[in-house]
Design a protein around this ligand. Structure first.
Ligand SMILES: [Zn+2]
Length: 289
């Protein structure tokens, strides 16, 4: 098994260089930024001197939000806040298409946790997935649709944040192409890099299949019927939505779910980076449609 890994890794690295040369996307520095993002949000490293024990209390959620806002600004985005009640606030930013388009793709993940859980997997990993995707998309020369990056509050309290955001884009009458939410993408104990799509809308599974095939990434792609996260908030308003996750339904998922042991050390960065890479290619494909 080890030998197999040793041969595969250099091939993958070479392949990535070629692929990214073709799309104009640079990966240098991205991986450490994504890793730092999870480390800081999950309290492994301090934010302004404070190690976050969770992102549950109002105080801790505010620290997390301010941190996300800073990271988005650093990228050159203009983060906005949607304060939907006195204890809940989403953060989002719009990346405009490089050509004229009235269509929007929403990419989101929740940043809140349950009480006394550092939430590295659930869901700093999903938030970092959104952040890593934003880094890549900022560098893309041709973006044929607008993208909204959003960090939801209160997923753990009945999807309140995403429900409010879905209602907002409806009220704003935005032309939404599709919604992609990420929840828990950092555990892969069998190293098969499997991707699970939750209640995928028509056609999206084929796009993943094509991207995986074209890049010779032989990884399992699973269908899941788990509705219990943010994509559901958009589906109930009739938007096309899909959830992206580790093998949550298929059984290779973090054993530290909602526990104080959901820490940074348990995060499989290589798997997370692979997921971002696949997703970026999927996005490029669906922007062309
Ligand atoms: Zn979650």
């Amino acid at each position: 098994m080890k030998k197999f890994v040793c041969i595969i890794i250099p091939v993958l690295i070479l392949q990535n260089l070629i692929i990214y040369a073709g799309t104009g996307i640079e990966t240098q520095g991205e991986s450490s930024r994504v890793s730092d993002f999870i480390s800081d949000l999950s309290g492994n490293t301090p934010i302004n001197g404070k190690h976050l024990p969770d992102r549950f209390t109002l105080k801790n959620k505010k620290i997390a939000r301010d941190y996300i806002v800073e990271r988005m600004k650093e990228l050159g985005l203009k983060p906005l806040r949607q304060e939907y009640n006195s204890s809940g606030e989403n953060i989002y930013a719009i990346l405009e298409a490089t050509t004229s388009s009235n269509e929007y793709i929403i990419i989101g993940a929740h940043y809140d946790t349950v009480r006394e859980c550092p939430g590295a997997n659930d869901n700093a990993s999903g938030a970092a997935f959104v952040y890593g995707t934003a880094i890549n998309m900022m560098q893309l020369e041709n973006r044929l649709k607008n993208i909204i990056f959003v960090f939801f509050d209160d997923e753990e309290k009945g999807l309140r944040g995403s429900r409010s955001f879905a209602q907002k884009v409806k009220d704003d009458n935005l032309n939404i192409h599709s919604v992609h939410t990420i929840d828990q993408f950092a555990w892969d104990s069998d190293n098969d890099r499997a991707i699970e799509l939750e209640l995928p809308y028509d056609g999206i599974m084929d796009v993943y299949r094509d991207v995986l095939k074209e890049n010779n990434w032989e990884v399992p792609l699973h269908y899941s019927d788990v509705p219990a996260t943010d994509h559901t908030s958009f589906r109930r308003l009739d938007y096309r939505a899909v959830g992206i996750t580790e093998e949550y339904q298929n059984g290779d998922t973090t054993p530290y779910y909602h526990r104080p042991s959901d820490t940074f050390e348990t995060v499989d960065m290589e798997y997370l980076e692979f997921g971002i890479k696949v997703f970026v290619k999927v996005l490029i494909r669906i922007m062309e449609k």
